[in-house]
Design a protein around this ligand. Structure first.
Ligand code: ADP
Ligand code: MG
Length: 227
């Protein structure tokens, strides 16, 4: 599903180029549940942004579902994102003036789904996340865990094959973190490929494979890798 070949990513800092990702080659198969770990500043989010077609590599090739997206324009990348990928972030990224239901409807507005179908599918996704009685609440009236469940409902509402979550439990207590990871585990058992960035070993344990990033390079897989 995901194939990175010798990816680099550099950013300009004054006259210098700072290389943040260095020669990253990585394959993630459909149906995998992968955790990405590594110190702060090691390049995890930069890598996730490339995997999520939010950013482009400076060099190297990226194949997503067999499609070489490395040279895609912004518009083409946006299409790939909307069609194939659900995103979950540490700070939830919900729109504060919209109810849970309307937040979940948003990706379908971009996808051109009719109003009636939007509402039906948003209700279905929120019900699946255990939020049937919270649909008309504004984000501020929800707990952190509930906000993240709304964000997951939003991520799955267009039925993506891939979910990318960058530190999804970073703002949550341990008990809530576990319930969120169980939610990802369930989605994975339904066939969704999941990639989660985390600092927390207990969170990474939910994945089938752990990838370590250090100074912009991949390190060998952990012993938790069952393959
Ligand atoms: P992590 O998510 O592992 O904490 P990041 O991928 O966010 O790390 O950042 C890795 C390094 O790249 C950091 O040193 C960061 O300052 C740098 N970096 C990330 N994005 C940019 C950018 N847009 N411009 C310049 N430097 C960046
Ligand atoms: Mg990060």
């Amino acid at each position: 599903m995901i194939q990175l070949e010798s990816i680099t990513r550099s950013f300009a800092l004054g006259k210098e180029q700072i290389r943040v990702l260095n020669d990253i080659s990585l394959t993630i198969a459909e149906g995998e549940f992968v955790a990405i770990m590594g110190p702060s500043g090691s390049g995890k989010s930069t890598l996730m942004n490339i995997i999520g077609c939010l950013d482009k590599p400076s060099s190297g090739e990226y194949y997503l579902g067999g499609e070489n997206v490395s040279g895609y324009s912004e518009n083409e990348l946006a299409r790939v994102r909307n069609q194939s990928i659900g995103f979950v972030f540490q700070q939830f990224h919900l729109l504060p003036r919209l109810t849970a239901l309307k937040n979940v409807e948003l990706p379908m507005i971009y996808a051109g789904v009719s109003k009636a179908e939007r509402q039906e599918r948003a209700e279905e996704a929120l019900t699946k996340m255990g939020l049937r009685d919270r649909m008309d609440h504004l984000p501020n009236a929800l707990s952190g865990g509930q906000k993240q469940r709304v964000a997951i409902a939003r991520a799955i509402v267009n039925k993506p094959k891939l979910i990318l979550a960058d530190e999804p439990t970073g703002a949550l207590d341990t008990k809530t973190s576990i319930s969120i990871m169980e939610q990802f585990q369930e989605l994975n058992s339904e066939g969704v490929t999941i990639v989660v960035v985390t600092h927390e070993p207990e969170v990474a344990e939910y994945a089938n494979r752990t990838i370590m990033v250090r100074d912009g390079r991949l390190q060998s897989a952990s012993a938790a890798d069952g393959r």
